[in-house]
Design a binder for this molecule. Sequence first.
Ligand code: 48N
Length: 327
Amino acid sequence: MSPPAMLFQEPASPPQQMTVPSKAAALPHGAAIPIKGATNFDTVEAMAGKWNDFSFRPIRESQVSRAMTRRYFNDLDKYAESDIVIVGAGSCGLSTAYTLAKARPDLKIAIVEAGVAPGGGAWLGGQLFSAMIMRKPADAFLREIGVPYEDDGDHSNFVVVKHAALFTSTLLSKVLQFPNVKLFNATAVEDLITRPDGKGGIRVAGVVTNWTLVSMHHDDQSCMDPNTINAPVVISTTGHDGPFGAFSVKRLVSMQAIPALGGMRGLDMNVAEDAIVKGTREIVTGLITGGMELSEVDGANRMGPTFAAMAISGVHAAEVALEVFEQ
Ligand code: 48N
């Protein structure tokens, strides 16, 4: 039975084909739109006083969208097979990335960071104070990456970076400039890719990722499947606190790849920092852990507001990873 005519009102005529709204839409990808009246300045100084006629070069919104999405999806494709994945872009993860990328420009290094802002806990010193303390000999890492610091001379056992953000922003800037490094921030590792290790256990062979906001809502939405990155080496530096803290080692326990976590112990600066640097290692085949995530595995003490161990644990984690590649 056909529905009554009044419910079935065919449109009078098919919608007019949308004409090309402007010449821009017909431009090939990335072509420059003819410059009409855009002002040109080679330096910021040259702009002084010329605001009445100031005008940016014209753009079409789709050009912005294509410039962003093309690059992002090219990177997703390129890093779907990475040599090394670093989970967590805190002070340890970034120090690891810097050391690795500098030593091996041939390796593809993907950094997966759950936060929109990388840097983890290293934007402030302690209790929201600005200055960052690093015990010697970690001042050597500061000189390596070009971070200025105050040093009271050889009789002093530590140096002071006047603002923790100076360390983190300098390190982040160096890491992001390496052509063989890609940072996927606002992206969470929500599982590990594993393979049998042939000895009854597992080896880690990559990471499972999702947008962090998606990862945080698996319990209130229907299934939102993840993405993956294959890599023979994963370096997990996910810290000891925060919504995803100590992620990889907790996951290794839940999949019974390691028996249990030691649980981070109380604060003891002298014991904690040496233990973290010395203990940085491959926890299971294919997964290296450093920084404060390690304190959860080993039951190491925490050190509170001193960051030397984070930087040097990163240097050690990079060395462990390179040994895997040199085997
Ligand atoms: O800064 P964190 O938390 O971790 P580390 O180990 O680089 O540095 C630790 C340091 O900041 C301290 O905790 C200081 C020294 N205090 C010690 C003490 O006694 O309290 O960085 C970890 C990063 C963060 O940016 C997280 O967002 C990220 O890892 N992260 C993840 N990213 C992706 N996927 C995950 N599953 C994930 N989990 C954490």
